[in-house]
Write a protein that binds this ligand. Structure first.
Ligand SMILES: Cc1cc2nc3c(=O)[nH]c(=O)nc-3n(C[C@H](O)[C@H](O)[C@H](O)COP(=O)(O)O)c2cc1C
Length: 400
């Protein structure tokens, strides 16, 4: 995944001695692969478990653990807290949470936490479920939240001690999505955005179906970017291999075009911006078989037309609502796109050339042309997240 809002930022990772410490090594490794400016602080107990050299090697960065490692006027906790644009404490033990929540400052991690005056601070509690549900721990988390910390809730599942419950270290991508949220402008706050993504699936019988090659990546990146910029996003997705972006409030999985139509029409009523990036199948099976078809059956598939969801949304469009369509074309891009723009009463249409292997379906990259009335905006080949950000900048400048 790409995290444009972390680029050129100074990121400080605080590591305490939770059993999930090995996952923090992966977090540091991920950040290093992005070429970010990194520094790590470890508690004394964390250092007893994983060597500081591991973090230093994996992160290609300095690792600190002593408050008293003062050199030439360089005071670790004030310098590190001043240097960092973003402070992530992961994993955060019950102990470190208790100490930070009441302002204790008796080691480098807690002293840095108390000296860190920016809002961009994340904490990732991970522990046994009974520790997590403990009243004191919950009370301490509430205090941290009130003090401006963003808390990433642990996941439910198998815990290191064999128990099952809430307390697992979350996926590092989830942590980084929240990190980006703290650093990114909020120009779509209070806007309701509805996005469709992925392919639709039309069943032939209980085990077979027809679909298309849409991966959903473009729609998911648009959803991720809008949510990062403060929008209240509903993502309606056909079946994909992707994980829903963590900041998307409402994720609705669907299968067929008819399912997607129902959801899109319902949610469109309250949406300020609607983007149809899903590749809706044009046809569905007319003679669906409730029983599995046999190999020896002579198979003739009868197809019937699916609803044109984009057209329907255009007809229902209310004043001040922005409706954006996508067109996947292999030829005559401009002509087809402009026709669609007008006929479906869109405000904007985004065209990508799906005949090219290096962009479009399945690829992480795309190259698109945006058409609105009397305007054409070409976006050079780039990661879909960057294309999403540029499209959203354009929407903001043109309509907001
Ligand atoms: C095997 C083992 C696993 C532990 N895992 C956790 C954990 O996941 N979360 C937690 O809050 N504490 C855990 N602890 C307890 C902390 O390591 C302990 O409270 C320690 O004093 C915290 O020190 P620190 O916060 O300075 O790193 C664990 C302890 C042991 C021995």
């Amino acid at each position: 995944m790409k995290y444009p809002y972390l680029e050129n930022k100074n990121i400080l990772i605080g590591v305490s001695s939770g059993i999930a410490i090995y996952k923090a090594v992966d977090l540091v490794s991920k950040l290093r692969k992005m070429n970010l400016n990194l520094k790590v602080i470890m508690t004394k107990n964390a250092k007893n478990w994983v060597s500081d050299q591991i973090f230093s090697a994996v992160g290609n960065c300095d690792v600190y653990y002593s408050s008293f490692d003062v050199k030439g006027g360089w005071i670790p906790h004030t310098e590190l807290s001043n240097w960092a644009d973003l402070f992530i404490v992961a994993p955060a033990t019950a102990n470190i949470i208790a100490k930070i929540s009441c302002g204790i400052s008796n080691d480098l991690l807690t002293s840095t936490a108390i000296a860190f005056a920016k809002e961009s601070k994340l904490i990732v509690p991970t522990m046994n479920v009974r520790m997590y549900e403990n009243k004191a721990l919950q009370r301490n988390l509430k205090i941290l939240e009130a003090d401006g910390w963003t808390i990433i809730e642990p996941e439910v599942g198998h815990l290191a001690d064999g128990e099952i419950g809430k307390g697992r270290y979350p996926d590092n991508d989830r942590i980084l999505e929240y990190a980006e949220y703290l650093l990114c402008k909020k120009d779509f706050l209070n806007k309701k955005v509805l996005i469709s993504a992925g392919p639709t699936v039309e069943k032939i019988d209980p085990v077979r179906y027809i679909t298309n090659r849409s991966s959903g990546k473009m729609g998911y990146e648009l959803a991720r970017e809008f949510a990062c910029r403060g929008a209240d996003v509903t993502l309606v997705s056909g079946p994909t291999n992707l994980t829903a972006p963590s900041l998307v409030k409402n994720f609705i999985p669907v299968e067929s075009a008819i399912d997607m139509e129902k959801v899109m029409v319902t949610y469109s009523e309250n949406s300020d911006i609607i983007i149809m990036s899903a590749a809706v199948g044009d046809f569905r099976i007319k003679n669906f078989s409730a029983q599995k078809l046999k190999k020896d059956d002579v198979l003739v598939l009868e197809l019937e037309k699916n609803p044109d969801i984009l057209k329907e949304l255009g007809e229902k469009k209310r004043e001040n609502q922005i409706l954006i369509g996508f067109a996947a074309e292999t030829q005559n891009h401009e002509e087809y796109a402009k026709k669609k723009l007008k006929e479906k009463k869109l405000d904007m249409i985004i065209v990508n050339d799906v005949s090219r292997k290096d962009i479009g379906f399945e690829s992480d990259e795309n190259e698109v042309i945006v058409y609105s009335y009397g305007e054409e905006y070409r976006l050079e080949k780039n990661h879909k997240r960057i294309i999403a950000a540029l499209i959203i900048d354009y929407v903001y400048n043109k309509f907001c």
